[in-house]
Ligand binder design. Sequence first.
Ligand code: NAD
Length: 373
Amino acid sequence: MLPAIASHTDPDMAPNYVMVEAGRLDAFVAAIFRAAGCDPAEAGRISTHLLGANLAGHDSHGVARVPRYVEWLEAGYVVKGQDAEIVTDGGCFALLDGHFGFGQTVAPQAVELGIARAQQHGIAVVGLRNAGHIGRAGDYAETAIRAGLISVHFVNVAGSVLVAPFGGVERRFSTAPFSVGVPLPGRPLVLDFATSLVAEGKVLVASNGGKPLPKDALIEPDGTLSGDPHTLYGEYPQVGPRSPANGRGAIRAFGEHKGSGLAFMCEMLAGALTGGGTSGPVDARGRIANGMLSFYVSPRHFGTEAEFFATGRDYVDWVLACAPANPDEPVLAPGDKEAATRADRLANGVPLQPDTWESILQVARRLGVNEPA
Ligand code: NAD
């Protein structure tokens, strides 16, 4: 039973948000990508993944990305119709190259291979490099959960440097997400977060007058902590694009030295080991791409599946029975917030900032796609 914690009246949203029914939004976004030249299957994968991020409550990785994805496609920055190619195949491990195809195509292919190999060997390690933006990393942990597998995903963004390491004032890391999925029957656990204190999308929202940033989310070159988006974007007009290239500061890694260390390892494993490159200048190839190193474990092969399920369920129940610090905010397990938001938004619609909706409509009009009724 999931706690009732989410409301479709998201506090991050402007009061005049637009509410769109999930199925219509999915069909509309798929139509945009078909009009942009993707085949129907790829267009559907992109729309369903982006919608999935909105349904999970991660709007920074949802349909707000449509204009940027279409721009990337038109600029040849991301390539339609690519398949992930196997570069190295060691049976229980493999390395794939995404050839800058859509992350929503090549990352599911890498996950599919990892699942098949783990079901065969009990464990699998799969690296993916040169993937277009793979979006919400938790989506891939959820796919492995549906196959009954534990998975751990280290992700980096080659060529994208936005985050200062602990103790530093200059940008060194990407926002490098990390995700773990645990398939407890009826009670899946999905940990999924960026290793930056805030996602860049949240800095963007704050710069547009949305929810303010925590006062220590960013850092100035002189070491002053800041919650002011100008630290990342420099000077910008009230309406118009913002670019991190114009700012002198950085986003901070979450969790002091611990989160900074995790970001470091995402760059090492997903970037350096896969050969896709890190956020560092040596590896910047003028093209931003995700790398991902994923580990898959089959509890069935371990021979402890029954204990794992029983002990795991007991442990979750015990943790969640912890007395809350605030009586209105129950203790949650990883993935609970997303599951509750998903249930709410599937029932009530997906709230979108008016500017986000307008920017999607503009792309749709330009490509000749009709606005949903
Ligand atoms: P976040 O800070 O909202 O953290 C989300 C995680 O914290 C989830 O596992 C959630 O269940 C858990 N959580 C949230 N509230 C909780 C509570 N009260 N108690 C217990 N657990 C709780 O996430 P974020 O850092 O803003 O990341 C957002 C998304 O951005 C993620 O899906 C991530 O994969 C994605 N991302 C992708 C890229 C990329 O390059 N593809 C880069 C950065 C981030």
